[in-house]
Ligand binder design. Sequence first.
Ligand code: TPP
Length: 275
Amino acid sequence: MTDKELAAKSIEYRQKILTYILGANAGHTGGSLSCIDILNVLYNHTLNVGPENFSSPDRDRYIQSKGHCVEALFVVLADKGFFPESDLETLGKYQSHYIGHPTRKVAGVEQNTGALGHGLPISVGTALAAKLDNRAYRVFTLLGDGELPEGSNWEAALTAAHYKLDNLCAIIDHNKLQITGPTCDVCNTDPIDAKFESFGWAVRHVDGHNIKDLKETFGQMPFAPGKPSLVIAHTVKGKGISYMENQLKWHHGVPSQEQFTEALAELDQARVALV
Ligand SMILES: Cc1ncc(C[n+]2csc(CCOP(=O)(O)OP(=O)(O)O)c2C)c(N)n1
């Protein structure tokens, strides 16, 4: 897929995220919009995974540690053909498997997540298993910057470097906001790059909304032989919808019908601008 086709896909994904959040009357809007370009590039460019090989032990793994942004994951998995998109009309409804966090009852989901701080440790174990089993698959995991202070992440970061897991790539969706305020005010983790480098990781920064840069960066993994890779993706919470961008209240929140219409109009304009 060309960069332009991927950019068009991101717009479509943003529309769908908002549509299904409106239908469910709940969801993590801002963080889903901040990570959707990353998921788009991973699933449509980088990862060797799809419905056709999901039962293969050699498939690449994607584990979404910031599980609350499940809407982004669901629209991408539906688009990849893991399940019919109409399933998402049941999002958040009684007895639906499409709930507010990823569960393995949904086709294509690798791990149940949502309690923050678990995706990286699980990914380290999965990457270590690949080494022990002599398998070539890679493991990608997406963390929120507000999730990063969880202690389990730092234990996992040490372990990944110790076992030289260069088949592991952690991506931080660095949108600088978490649930109650700016990440640096709630629990400052700066400088993230120096901390991970000192733990033995190879670190890259990228514009988390630039399709070309994301493709190139993920394509260069591992960034150094024998080291786990960290991508610090600089993003904007609520990206793509002007009244949501960098606004704490859109961490979660459902647009009114009027706001939804306004958001779709903005996305339509973005699509026209692409052509
Ligand atoms: C262990 C744990 N503590 C608290 C929460 C509640 N919680 C849900 S989202 C969130 C903020 C996460 O911020 P960040 O990782 O930056 O997410 P993003 O801004 O990318 O949506 C918190 C604290 C949780 N899900 N798990």
